[in-house]
Each structure stands twice: as structure tokens, then as C-alpha cells.
Design a protein around this ligand. Structure first.
Ligand code: SAM
Ligand code: SF4
Length: 334
């Protein structure tokens, strides 16, 4: 593969090889910790990067040492023919892993085609197995379709299916154990994600974060104490714990109680073509005009390098003066 000089190392010595690509800010449900219920302002379609523009960007990033791409959104499966993008990305030299984060609503129709296109890993977002509660959390009655999507994904033979569940204090406590049981039955790892200050309605408050230690305690009371699992990839954000009977494990994305910034290897491309060095960054670098204009690859490479070089040490959710980013989760790409 054509490599272009030194890899992407920031001012704190962190190597960046992981790119999250948001393909849309639109979504077919309205999770209350992400989107407003009504009057969501979406980016005009003409501003959204085409698959060809995304592929060009990923090819350039691969030349700088990016090896992993996660496709996200908004809801990526609302983007028509997403399997075409997966196939394009899978053919880029240097890209070794492609993953997708989805809410699963449209997965039943697309799982097979995505798997055939080269997608190997899936994260399906599901906070509850209770239909009425699902409607309360997402303002849409789509639980049956998400469950059908998971079944289709199992049949399609993905290498890994994980379930992302956002832990909001006062809402999520009763779902901890049913989800864990469901995960153990199907071989899905449940990933409990601490509620982050990225919601569009300003609901976030420190007191509304259900912490990893609280969830571990509830799981321990039900299944016996869980044991930390040896970490195969110390740069991955999740902390893994095994059930005491050896049947499966859970993961925690403890961004609030145990920030993992020191190990961060990620950059993010938004659906409207802005590059971000952190989910919580207050600044971003515009790359769409370069991808659309007459800029050569070298100019785009330079922007990627500059973005990584400008990266901060980490977010400061723990600090009193923390300022949330102007874009909510769905507009960044979680
Ligand atoms: N629509 C897809 C989905 O829901 O999986 C992909 C995009 S979504 C923004 C990516 C992930 O962000 C989801 O798994 C969701 O659980 C998580 N998420 C959304 N809002 C969050 C918040 N305020 N705090 C923590 N995680 C959040
Ligand atoms: Fe849509 Fe995902 Fe945000 Fe839920 S978390 S509203 S599914 S983008």
C-alpha cells in the first residue's frame, strides 16, 4: 500500500488508526438521550458526503495508517444501499476491519447484504426488551423490528454482535438484568454505556448518569461477582467483565466515571464532512470543500495531520467547567 510518511501521532504520543464515519444525521427513531422529539434540524441532503467522497477520504486516511473504520450516524441504515459503501471501503488497501453501529430497525432487510459486502462486526443499539418502555425511550414503536433485525444478523453469521445500551439513572435500572440474560442466551455482549452530555435536549446532568459501578453491583447481585476479563486491546474503549459461570461477558463504556482518553486512537468524520479529534471537541476541521473541490490528496492529508496534531489530552466531563460540544450525538456520529 502507498504509505505517506509518519503515521498519525498526536502531541501526546497517541497513534491514530481508527476512524468513525457518520453517513447521515437522520434517524428513524428519537432516543431521548440523543435527539429531540420534534422539529429536529437535519443537514440538507446536498451537504451530506456521497459514498464516493467518503471512500476517497478513507483511502487517504488508510495511507496515513488508519486500519479500522466504524460506520455510524444518525442511523446509518436509513442511507440507501449502505452495503455499496461497505463493499467500497472493504476494498481499500490497508483497511482491515469495518464495523457498523445501528439501531437495528432496518437490519432485518439489510443484514445479509451487509455481511456479503464484507461487514464483520455489528453493534446494535437496544436499551430495553420491554415494548412500552422502548416507546417511552425512543418515541417509536419499533422493538419488534429491532428484535427481528438481531435474528437476521445472527443468521447472517457476523463475527461479533454487541448490544449498546445507554444507562440513564432513573430509567435504566430495571433493564440491566433482562438485557444481560438476553445477551447470554444469544451470545451477544451487552455494552453498558454511561449517559454522556451529548443529548440535544439538555437532559444530561451528572445525577442522571448510571455509573459502571452501580451496574456491576446489580449484575453481581443477580449472577454473582463478575471478574475483569483480560484486555485483548487496551486501546478499545470498553472494559470487559466475565460472568462467574464463564457464560459470556459484558462491556462498559465508562466515559464519565473512567474516561479512556489516554488510550484514544480515534478520529471522526461527520456526515457533512467535518473532521473531529474527539466526540466532545469544541472545534472541527472542514474537509468537505476539499473533497468536492479541486484539492489534491496531499492537501486533505495535511488537514488530517493538522487535526490529529491539534488533539487535546481529553474531555473534562468530570470538571465543573465542562462545556458540551455544540453538536449533539446524532449530528457527530457516536
Ligand atoms: N443510530 C445508531 C445507534 O443508535 O446505534 C448509531 C448512532 S448512535 C448516535 C451511536 C451510539 O451512541 C448508540 O449506540 C447510542 O447508544 C449511543 N448514544 C446516543 N446518545 C448517547 C448519550 N447521550 N450518551 C451515551 N451514549 C449515547
Ligand atoms: Fe437515532 Fe442512534 Fe440517536 Fe437513537 S442513538 S436517536 S437510534 S442516532
Amino acid at each position: 500500500m502507498e504509505s505517506h510518511g509518519t503515521p498519525l501521532i498526536d502531541g501526546f504520543g497517541r497513534l491514530h488508526n481508527n476512524l468513525r464515519v457518520s453517513v447521515t444525521d437522520r434517524c428513524n427513531i428519537r432516543c431521548l438521550y440523543c435527539m429531540p422529539e420534534k422539529n429536529v434540524e437535519f443537514v440538507p441532503r446536498a451537504e451530506i458526503l456521497s459514498f464516493e467522497e467518503i471512500e476517497r477520504f478513507v483511502r487517504i486516511a488508510a495511507g496515513l495508517g488508519v486500519t479500522k473504520v466504524r460506520i455510524t450516524g444518525g442511523e446509518p441504515l436509513v442511507r440507501r444501499d449502505l452495503d455499496r459503501l461497505v463493499r467500497g471501503l472493504a476494498s481499500i488497501e490497508g483497511i482491515r476491519e469495518i464495523a457498523l453501529t445501528t439501531n437495528g430497525v432496518l437490519l432485518a432487510e439489510q443484514a445479509e447484504a451487509l455481511r456479503r459486502a464484507g461487514l464483520r462486526r455489528l453493534n446494535v443499539h437496544l436499551d430495553t426488551l420491554d415494548r412500552a418502555k422502548f416507546v417511552e425511550l425512543t418515541r417509536r414503536d419499533e422493538l419488534p423490528r429491532v428484535l427481528a433485525g438481531l435474528e437476521a444478523a445472527e443468521r447472517a453469521g457476523f463475527e461479533s454482535i454487541k448490544i449498546n445500551a445507554v444507562a440513564v439513572r432513573g430509567l435504566f435500572e430495571t433493564d440491566i438484568v433482562p438485557l444481560a440474560r438476553f445477551g447470554r442466551e444469544h451470545g451477544f455482549q451487552i455494552r453498558y454505556i454511561e449517559f454522556m452530555p451529548l443529548d440535544a435536549q439538555g437532559l444530561w446532568d451528572r445525577s442522571r448518569v448510571l455509573l459502571m459501578e452501580d451496574i456491576l453491583r446489580v449484575l453481581g447481585e443477580e449472577f454473582g461477582p463478575l471478574e475483569p476479563a483480560p484486555d485483548p486491546d487496551p486501546r478499545a474503549p470498553a472494559l470487559e467483565y466475565r460472568f462467574p459461570d464463564g457464560r459470556g461477558s459484558v462491556g462498559f463504556i465508562a466515559s464519565v466515571s473512567r474516561p479512556f482518553c489516554l488510550n484514544c486512537n480515534r478520529i471522526r468524520l461527520t456526515a457533512d464532512g467535518h473532521l473531529r479529534y474527539c466526540l466532545f471537541a469544541l472545534e472541527e476541521t472542514e474537509v468537505k470543500s476539499l473533497l468536492r473541490g479541486s484539492a489534491g490528496d496531499a492537501e486533505i492529508r495535511e488537514r488530517i495531520r493538522r487535526t490529529v496534531a491539534a488533539k487535546w489530552l481529553g474531555h473534562e466531563i468530570q470538571q465543573a467547567g465542562f462545556v458540551p460540544p455544540p453538536r449533539p450525538m446524532y449530528a457527530i456520529g457516536g
